[in-house]
Ligand binder design. Structure first.
Ligand code: FES
Ligand SMILES: [Fe+2]
Length: 423
């Protein structure tokens, strides 16, 4: 349970909020590359309650500036790309990618005041199949060089999905190892691009042993299950500062996982960025795109949503095909779970148990980071040089491990003994 003050600190991300300052200290993904190809049209972006427009100038350079024209507030995302920038349709003012006002054509030559107009503008970069922005103060850090962002393009694919609730609910669902034995439990089914059969294993041990370790980039999460055949099934997930996770989405022995970023649109909506990654093998992009098209609507939201009660099928549930009766697309189950917690979950009313240890530790890490920033320190895990931008303590996998070994021991064996960040 959190106090109201703690819940507000973690969930409020608008300009000037302590939680917003934390999230703004890191690069945040705002759009997948395919939404802004060379020559692409301006795209409205809402992030952390700020309305912006992403555009390419006539030289195809990317810019991210305030969406509302500083003259009298008209929406610049409808504007014309020309003459070195983006031109407002109302009276023709124009802005470059740095937010400089470069034209006020309606003003007489001797009355122009472009130099007095300051319009918000944020740096943007492309990496890992998405466009990132930096909304913090000072020199931007580096974008983290995780494999799911820097592997050859054939080994990765990024998507963006919109969810109707606060970002922290998305993040918490993705770090929580216990719920998979319930929410995602299903009978073994056809192998598909998004269900390689591993989800049937969650139901074989519904009380996994959980261990966590603090790392240089966040928290490593270990969930160990005893299978019916006696094998010990370990899943290793990670929380990455400030809003990232890496759930394992494959069966043991299949090298691959997802990076995820949970980015606030505002305090009651967020985007889930999914970075599919396979180590060595190409990802099946056509298969993944088809699964997405079957499950995500043109509005970027799940087809299963509150308006249609997540298309719950009670017969499917009664047959025990799935525990939840919401089909075999796992992210839809999570969306149901987190959206129905409320637009902003009231954590003053919850009752955490011992299996919520990961939730507790991730909140502690976030609250500690916010408090540290309020005292004038840097946000944790910021990367400022190439030699910092590597993660020798990062491991994301699932595996069968010997009797007597636990998750942390397994990771030490695989990675070698490593110095861990101070807890
Ligand atoms: S409102 Fe944009 S130019 Fe007037
Ligand atoms: Fe889940």
């Amino acid at each position: 349970m959190l106090s109201k003050k703690q819940n507000d600190l973690l969930t409020q991300t608008g300009p000037g909020t302590p939680g917003g300052n934390l999230l703004r200290s890191y690069w945040q993904p705002i759009a997948t590359d395919d939404k802004m190809p060379p020559g692409g049209d301006p795209l409205p972006i809402r992030i952390m309650s700020e309305d912006l427009v992403l555009f390419r100038d006539p030289d195809d350079r990317l810019g991210l500036i305030g969406r509302h024209c500083p003259h009298r507030g008209t929406d610049l995302s409808y504007g014309r790309v020309e003459d070195g920038g983006l031109r407002c349709l109302y009276h023709g003012w124009a802005f470059d990618i740095e937010g400089n006002c470069i034209d006020q054509p309606a003003e007489p030559e001797d009355k122009k005041f472009c130099h007095k107009v300051r319009h918000p503008a944020y740096p943007v970069r492309q990496q890992g199949g998405v466009i990132w922005c930096y909304m913090g103060v000072g020199e931007p850090p580096l974008i983290p060089d995780f494999q799911f962002l820097s592997a050859p393009e054939e080994n990765r694919l990024a998507f963006r999905v919109i969810q109707q609730c606060n970002w922290l609910q998305g993040l918490e669902s993705s770090t929580d190892p216990s719920h998979t034995s319930y929410l995602h439990r299903m009978a073994k089914g056809e192998k598909t691009a998004r269900d390689s059969g591993f989800s049937a294993m969650f139901g074989e041990d519904t009380r996994p042993r959980l261990d966590i370790e603090h790392t240089s980039f966040g928290v490593r999460i270990h969930a160990l299950r005893k299978m019916k055949d006696g094998r010990n099934y370990l899943r290793v997930n990670n929380y990455i500062y400030p809003c990232g996770t890496t759930p394992v989405t494959e069966s043991p022995g299949v090298p691959g996982y997802q990076g995820r970023w949970y980015v606030p649109i505002d305090d009651e909506h967020h985007c889930r960025f999914e970075f599919f990654y396979k180590n060595g093998d190409p990802v099946d992009k056509d298969g993944l795109r088809k699964v997405r098209a079957d499950n995500i609507g043109p509005d970027g939201r799940h087809i299963r949503r509150a308006d249609n009660r997540y298309l719950q099928d009670r017969d499917e549930q009664r047959r025990d095909d799935t525990f939840c009766g919401m089909g075999r697309y796992i992210p839809a189950h999570d969306t149901y779970a987190i959206e129905t917690q409320g637009a902003i979950q009231d954590r003053t009313k919850e009752h955490l148990g011992s299996t919520d240890i990961v939730i507790i530790e991730v909140r502690k890490a976030l609250l500690g980071a916010i408090e540290s920033m309020q005292q004038g320190n840097d946000a944790p895990g910021l990367l400022h040089s190439m030699d910092q931008n590597q993660f020798p303590d990062f491991l994301c996998t699932s595996d069968y491990i010997p009797d007597g070994e636990d998750g942390p021991a397994y990771c030490r064996r695989i990675l070698g003994e490593l110095p861990h960040a101070a807890e």
